[in-house]
Design a protein around this ligand. Structure first.
Ligand SMILES: [Fe+2]
Length: 235
């Protein structure tokens, strides 16, 4: 059920979809810079080390876009969308901070299209596993890293290009990586809790560290998707 208060919804379900918080062309420069960046990467021009390009997730640090026509104010501007500060502050405390070393821009490929070698869609995971070293299953699972993710698609997605799928419920802690395969999670949670929203350009999703999610890619999707994810931490 939607409460209408994004902070309450985030707390209850671990994820909230914020519709049309980036009106008009407010994300266009970021989107164009991201497109140019991944074109350069696909052209196999030398990729500077500082981009921290990951060929599996096809991601670079957002700061790579400084080389593709965005200045630092433009990189940070999406975090100033009306209402976001309160959502972050309610979840992370008033002195929240964005860690640019964990803030990425990604390209996800339509399954039908040729993707670069090594590329994989993200499988089920929790962002709170960031920096966590899992032990054998018999050992206690370590605590999650405190953070939230502000995810912004740079084109509409979830219909004809890969979006995100969530298990829309809070988890009490990290799920061991050996339990993260899709059939096991489908058995573990109700079908009603699997949620793959359709995003329009200008929408955003904010989700907490415990929420299970993955790339939502269907065989019939024909277009690729660009997205940015900001990582917000308690100060
Ligand atoms: Fe994630």
């Amino acid at each position: 059920m939607t409460t209408g208060d994004p902070s309450v919804e985030l707390r209850q379900h671990g994820v909230v979809l914020l519709r049309d918080i980036y009106p008009g062309d407010s994300l266009t420069r970021l989107k164009d810079a991201a497109a140019r960046c991944f074109q350069a990467i696909m052209a196999e021009t030398p990729i500077p080390e500082r981009y921290q390009f990951n060929r599996y997730s096809h991601s670079v640090l957002l700061t790579a876009l400084l080389d593709f026509g965005c200045n630092s104010d433009e990189l940070m501007a999406p975090l100033s969308a009306p209402g976001l500060d309160r959502v972050f502050a309610d979840a992370m405390g008033p002195a929240w901070t964005c860690n640019m070393e964990q803030t990425w821009v990604r390209k996800k490929f339509a399954p039908i299209r040729a993707s670069p070698s090594g590329y994989r869609a993200h499988s089920w995971h929790q962002d709170g596993a960031l920096g966590v070293c899992f032990l054998p299953e018999s050992e206690p699972i370590p605590p999650m890293t405190e953070l939230l993710t502000c995810w912004i698609p740079l084109n509409g997605c979830g219909r004809d290009s890969p979006g995100l799928e969530f298990v829309r419920r809070r988890q009490p802690g990290l799920v061991h990586f050996t339990e993260l395969d899709d059939p096991a999670l489908r058995r573990r949670f109700s079908p009603r809790e699997f949620w793959a929203p359709k995003f329009d350009f200008g929408d955003s999703a904010v989700f907490l560290n415990d929420v299970l999610h993955r790339t939502h890619a269907l065989p019939e999707m024909r277009h690729d998707r660009l997205s940015v994810e900001y990582r917000i931490f308690p100060a």
